[in-house]
Write a protein of this length. Structure first.
Length: 363
């Protein structure tokens, strides 16, 4: 079917609006990222101290457990030998799975927990919250220490669950640990299974400081990457403002409008005061007793059986108030998760490329 000129014009999407910085219209590359880093002034002397990171390292995931169980079955057959997958504990968070270490050498000869790459992305921040479910000693030794994050700089937090031990999402975890971040200026969140980049975190924090300096109230900056078939699509208004973020595990109905050719890469930067306000507004509206001495979330569109509050929901809440911006400065490789063993090579390749870029940018 041939589109009419009017339909073709309507199909064109507005570029993301970003008042404090001129962003390239073409897909961004490493050279453009370095140019943006040079254009944005560094955070003030206390800037790193004004930020705190929250890294989610509690879970394993259904796909991970299934692939691990299959690997253990195959390597239990006679003559199969042993492998790191066969020896990896069933109850360990997948962020502890060993991968080549490119953070401390280009040859990757040493091994490191894959969560070390998430911590490497936030290493320039001075304070860290790590959401866990046990395994603190191993996380310290295999993920935090290789990233240069000392025990004095981190706080472990165990998310409280319901009567059956079920937890209710990373938005719920963020609310539970509010006492640890509420006095910060910025909160950076990430996940311990992506090939995260310290350059993306630095660019988003510097841009947020510029919004603040110009007196523009903002609750969240969400780095995004341009892709043809986004896993987590971003919906933009005609003015280039985010109006919704789609996640098929949470949302029963996609936002109105057309999805833009962008996906988030798992990193978010919030202003702490607006993050707290959003969570408490959502708590008052969507959180209620479950009748068994616990509280559950009931957010329209989310899986009714899981009763979760996700950061995606927080992003949608802030976007609905015009308090969110998307920043198209990430590269697609940053969303290369290791959620099952079959994705191992892709994650390792992406992590190596991320570290090579950081070396070139001298960050």
């Amino acid at each position: 079917m041939i589109e009419s000129p009017r339909e073709a014009e309507r199909a064109k999407l507005a570029a993301p609006r970003f008042e404090v910085l001129s962003l390239p219209e073409a897909p961004i590359d490493e050279a453009a990222r370095r140019a943006l880093l040079a254009e944005l002034p560094p955070l003030p002397g206390d800037g790193a101290h004004a930020a705190v990171s929250i890294t989610f390292l509690a879970g394993a995931g259904t796909r991970w457990r299934a692939s691990l169980a299959e690997a253990k079955r195959r390597f239990s057959e006679p003559g199969a030998g042993r492998s790191e997958a066969a020896e990896f504990p069933d109850d360990a968070p997948r962020g502890l799975f060993p991968v080549p270490d490119y953070t401390r050498g280009r040859d990757g000869a040493r091994r490191v927990a894959m969560a070390a790459y998430a911590f490497d992305a936030v290493r320039r921040i001075e304070r860290h919250i790590v959401v866990v479910r046990g395994w603190e000693k191993e996380i310290d030794e295999l993920a935090l220490a290789p990233s240069g994050i000392s025990r004095d700089a981190r706080a472990f937090f165990t998310q409280r669950g319901g009567p059956e031990g079920q937890v209710y999402g990373h938005g719920d975890a963020t609310l539970q640990c509010e006492e640890l971040w509420k006095n910060s200026r910025y909160v950076v969140t990430n996940f311990a299974g992506d090939a995260n980049s310290a350059l993306t975190v630095e660019l988003a924090l510097r841009a947020f400081a510029r919004f603040d300096a110009r007196g523009i109230e903002l609750g969240a900056i969400i780095p995004i990457a341009r892709v043809d078939a986004p896993s987590y699509p971003v919906y933009l208004s005609d003015e280039g403002l985010p109006i919704g973020f789609w996640h098929n595990k949470l949302a029963g109905e996609a936002p109105r409008g057309r999805p833009a050719p962008f996906t988030n890469v798992g990193i978010r930067v919030y202003r702490a005061d607006w993050l707290a306000r959003a969570l408490h507004e959502m708590e008052a509206k969507y959180r209620a007793p479950d009748g068994r001495g616990a509280y559950i979330w009931d957010i329209p569109g989310n899986d009714p059986a899981k009763h979760e509050c996700a950061l995606d929901n927080v992003d949608n809440h802030l976007a609905g108030q015009g308090l969110a911006r998307v920043m198209p400065i990430s590269l697609p490789r940053e969303l290369t998760p290791l959620k099952e063993l079959g994705e191992y090579r892709g994650f390792v390749s992406a992590a190596r490329e991320v570290q090579a870029e950081l070396s070139a940018a001298r960050l």
